[in-house]
Design a protein around this ligand. Structure first.
Ligand code: F6R
Length: 244
């Protein structure tokens, strides 16, 4: 596990974007699974700036959606598909045909998950995942407890995730109770894993992710055993611990 601690959220976002852009320059047709959520938004903004100002070409990337609320259509302004499209895919000039959607509104969600996982495997697996860290250690919507080999599947959201997502839904009572998520098996097998973590609110779970017991009760702790993990974080999340 490589940990890069930056002074601020802004600096962290620039650093993560620069490393991602370098990885794309080396592998322009990479398969990428990007998180939504707040933490990577500034990183994504930096990527679009790198495209504009430095002419970096992201247009050949193949994108796989990380997670989706159950029963929400892709056009809904709260859908994670739409969030991913408007903040990353469209600004980077990636054609929609290169995006594999995880359809939260599929009539048969279990089948949708199986088909999606096969599409990832058929593409040769993931080159890069960009993940955020849930306050309860979730990756995507792999809520605790999630074993190391948890497959792509339908999951109930934990009360904790419903509380933390309430802001996007105008209250906890409106948050969907289920989601579909790419499995731990796919995420952990990615050839490069970026975890972006910022803010004091993530300090405790970040410490547990890096140094705590490896356990399904903190799915992110399995990153300790995965290959090629880089954690981009800021001082607020890192706290007073000695720098790595
Ligand atoms: C979003 C996702 C979630 C978030 C996590 C952190 O697609 O998969 O796992 O990455 O909840 O969210 P933020 O960054 O908003 O703290």
């Amino acid at each position: 596990m490589r940990v890069v601690v930056s002074d601020s959220h802004e600096a962290m976002s620039e650093r993560a974007a620069a490393e991602f852009a370098a990885a794309v320059a080396a592998n322009p047709t990479a398969t990428v699974m990007p998180a939504t959520g707040n933490t990577p938004m500034e990183m994504y903004g930096n990527l679009s700036r790198l495209r504009r100002e430095d002419g970096i070409d992201f247009s050949k990337l193949r994108i796989f959606q990380l997670d989706a609320y159950r029963g929400i259509s892709p056009d809904d302004y709260r859908s994670l598909y739409r969030w991913m499209m408007t903040t990353l895919v469209t600004p980077l000039g990636i054609p929609q045909e290169q995006v594999v959607r995880l359809a939260g509104d599929a009539a048969d969600p279990d089948r949708e998950c199986a088909v999606f996982a096969d599409l990832v495997r058929d593409a040769g697996g993931l080159d890069i995942t960009i993940l955020g860290l849930g306050p309860n250690g979730h990756l995507g919507f792999n809520e605790p407890p999630s074993p190391v080999d948890a497959p792509t599947r339908r999951v109930p959201l934990t009360p904790e995730s419903m509380v933390s997502n309430a802001v996007y839904w105008g209250g906890e009572q409106n948050v969907p109770t289920e989601a579909l998520t790419a499995g731990m098996d796919l995420l952990l097998a990615a050839r490069a894993i970026y975890l972006v973590v910022s803010g004091e609110r993530k300090r405790e779970i970040l410490a547990r992710t890096i140094d705590g017991p490896v356990t399904p009760d903190n799915p992110a702790s399995f990153l300790q055993q995965a290959a090629n993990v880089t954690i981009f974080t800021d001082r607020a999340a890192w706290g007073d611990r000695p720098l790595p």
